[in-house]
Ligand binder design. Structure first.
Ligand code: IMP
Ligand code: MG
Length: 185
């Protein structure tokens, strides 16, 4: 695995800024769901650090579950719009307030597909919390009820976001210079 310093062009969102925003999102969620119970759904694997940090600011009664989604064959840089469920929820969401927690909304196909699928299970409410919003890349309209940051059309990594499955552990979000990145064997 290549040292990220070799291909990182800039740190886009540093750790204190991320943590501050996550705290603010938690406060907003607590306000909006006051008196209710909430099911937080982590869209694996990218939303993992975000959900873990976010849930520690959620004070309304809550439970968590996970689901894993992928696009057929291609990676995110050549996304086709075909979405597959690799791991479904363990929880029956009927009659429950559900909040989808996602790392980034890019084309919008992933979230659009998940919303369509989960709505058929008749949750009491179904909303989206996305850390990052790359609005200029949107191909389908999707609602984002809680948005961390709007970002430009750059490929980013860290804080859950991967390049070829690596670098998810970094506590900040950085931009990759793809001309300097070498794919692992
Ligand atoms: P969608 O295009 O909105 O369906 O997003 C598909 C998925 O692509 C996201 O959930 C991310 O996992 C991934 N993705 C999109 N943009 C980036 C990026 O800049 N870095 C890392 N992963 C990304
Ligand atoms: Mg993802």
């Amino acid at each position: 695995m290549q040292d990220y310093h070799e291909f990182m062009s800039e740190i886009l969102i540093d750790e204190p800024t991320l943590q501050q925003r996550v705290k603010e999102l938690g406060a907003k969620i607590n306000h909006d769901y006051a008196g209710e119970e909430l099911l937080l759904i982590c869209i694996l694997r990218g939303a993992l650090p975000f959900l873990v940090d976010l849930m520690r600011h959620v004070t309304v009664p809550n439970a968590i579950d996970c689901m894993a989604i992928s696009s057929y064959g291609a990676g995110a840089r050549s996304f086709t719009g075909n979405v597959r469920v690799n791991l479904d929820l363990q929880t029956n969401i009927e009659g429950r307030h559900v909040l989808l927690v996602e790392d980034i909304v890019d084309s919008g196909h992933t979230i659009a597909h998940v919303l369509e699928m989960l709505n058929t299970r008749r949750p009491k409410s179904l909303k989206v919390c996305a850390l990052l919003d790359k609005a200029s890349r949107r191909e389908v309209v999707v609602p984002i009820d809680y948005r961390g940051f709007a970002i430009d059309n750059k490929f980013v990594f860290g804080y859950g976001l991967d390049i070829d499955e690596y670098y998810r552990n970094l506590p900040f979000i950085a931009v990759v210079d793809l001309s300097k990145y070498q794919q692992p064997n």
